[in-house]
Design a protein around this ligand. Sequence first.
Ligand SMILES: CSCCC(=O)C(=O)O
Ligand SMILES: [Fe+2]
Ligand code: NI
Length: 212
Amino acid sequence: MKQVEKTKDSLVTVTQKSSSPLTTWLVKSLSLSPFPSSGFFFSLSHTNSGLCLYLNTELGVLYWRLNPENYENDAELKKIREDRGYNYMDLLDICPEKVADFKEKLKNFYTEHIHADEEIRYCLEGSAYFDVRDRDDRWIRIWIKAGDLIILPAGIYHRFTLDTGDYVKLMRLFVGEPVWTAHNRPQEDHPARKEYIKNLVTEKVGAALEAY
Ligand SMILES: CSCCC(=O)C(=O)O
Ligand SMILES: [Fe+2]
Ligand code: NI
């Protein structure tokens, strides 16, 4: 199902399909302001299992749905951390009241970038958007809500912003001492980018998004 929303700054086309746990949209055209307060509003809550699968099998984005109320004693979370070596953990509240230089931070988060390592975020409260680039350089918008744990692979182009709720509580996980350095696009010569592209090309068979 296609839905078109006319907003203050842009015309957005999103493709929605059947239901799945994680809400994602294929963003065809979007000139979204980095600042939630300056008014770009989605009011969609449909989900797309095809896109969810696509994120996983085609782009290497991993996803778990966990119980956010139980994060301190969650056996499933514990197992994920053990299996993947995530010994570092911290909690981060993102909202205008709690983040120093909020606008500046959001501007940086919303600048397309990669990391040398995975970006692991577990949403405990509130909600937010992660946009990731697909193989054809289209943005896929992921709406994370309480209970969503996502892992963006090293080298994937992405960006982040809050939604109109203006608040998210995130758990950040990492292997060893955390490195949050963002490398803004273009990064075609960055080793993590090269490795990501190599994996996309060699390990996966490219399938058209339209097929999902
Ligand atoms: C604060 S979590 C999301 C922003 C981001 O992409 C990052 O921190 O690298
Ligand atoms: Fe990031
Ligand atoms: Ni980052």
